[in-house]
Design a protein around this ligand. Structure first.
Ligand code: ATP
Ligand code: MG
Length: 255
């Protein structure tokens, strides 16, 4: 089990998808940059033995807002039941970047006590097929309860209105999993990765087309406590016959 420190204000964000190259590290580093700019300094945990998140952090210029890094792959789950993730006391956000190779057995351990679970998906038929199976595994094997509203998909490198985008949306709608953002294929992600920064730290005139979708992700993440509260409130009342609980989130028509 990947156990985050037991602090009510600590938001554990897990980015995962067993399909390689779908954008996990890109998403994790961009989220880390966003929380760094906002402060206090987040912790970015790299569980990938290839260590791309930590390499990104090594490149980060000293004058940028701080991100704490943890190359947790050195203390992988292997042979252990539990890994306690270390964070600084001031850290409020813990972002975990996982490698492609995560077995279904490990899913429950990895997602334990996560406030948010993000699955980036590329729009190809193969990727959508793999993502479909993976989301089903999360729901069945890892017993992620969609009512807890921890899980969301991000369509990455996607053009809206393409056939594959339509396929992805239809599938996720059928599972009632929200697709919270559609990131376009853009060299901005490549350039930011090369400089150890996030898109949100690039000049506004360059990232005008990227930021609105990223903001949708950041807004969804920022609502993690509200989502948890909604889930707790709903589960307390759902046994009542005909009960439809009006929570702050569904009242406002959010995901
Ligand atoms: N929206 C995007 N636009 C352009 N390039 C992108 C985008 N998202 C990711 N990339 C590029 O795609 C490649 C793979 O992305 P990334 O490393 O984030 O995937 P990953 O899921 O972490 O891969 P792995 O499974 O190997 O860990 C990288 O070169 C990255 O810069
Ligand atoms: Mg990666």
């Amino acid at each position: 089990m990947l156990i985050a420190p037991d602090r009510g204000n600590l938001h554990k964000i897990v980015v995962l998808n067993p399909k390689g190259g779908c954008g996990k590290t890109t998403l994790a580093t961009n989220i880390a940059a966003y929380y760094a700019v906002r402060g206090p300094a987040p912790t970015l945990v790299d569980f990938d033995p290839q260590g791309f998140s930590m390499r990104w952090l090594d490149k980060r210029p000293g004058n940028r807002p701080q991100i704490h890094g943890s190359g947790a792959y050195q203390q992988t789950m292997q042979g252990r039941d539990t890994v306690h993730l270390q964070t600084r006391p001031e850290t409020e956000t813990l972002i975990i970047d996982l490698p492609a190779a995560v077995s279904p057995d490990e899913l429950q351990d990895i997602t334990y006590d996560a406030g948010s679970i993000l699955v980036p998906v590329l729009p190809s038929e193969i990727d959508i097929h793999c993502a479909s199976r993976f989301v089903a595994e999360l729901l069945l094997v890892a017993q992620i309860d969609r009512r807890n509203r921890q899980l969301a998909v991000i369509a990455n490198r996607t053009r809206q209105n393409t056939r594959s985008y339509g396929m992805l949306m239809r599938f996720l709608t059928s599972l009632r999993i929200p697709v919270i953002a559609v990131l376009r294929d853009s060299q901005n992600y490549v350039h930011a990765a090369g400089q150890g920064i996030g898109i949100c730290e690039m000049p506004a005139y360059k990232v005008g087309k990227d930021m609105p979708q990223l903001k949708l992700i950041f807004n969804w993440l920022d609502q993690w406590r509200m989502r948890q509260l909604d889930a707790a409130t709903s589960s307390r009342f759902e046994h009542l016959p005909g009960a439809q609980v009006l929570t702050p989130a569904n009242h406002q028509g959010r995901h």
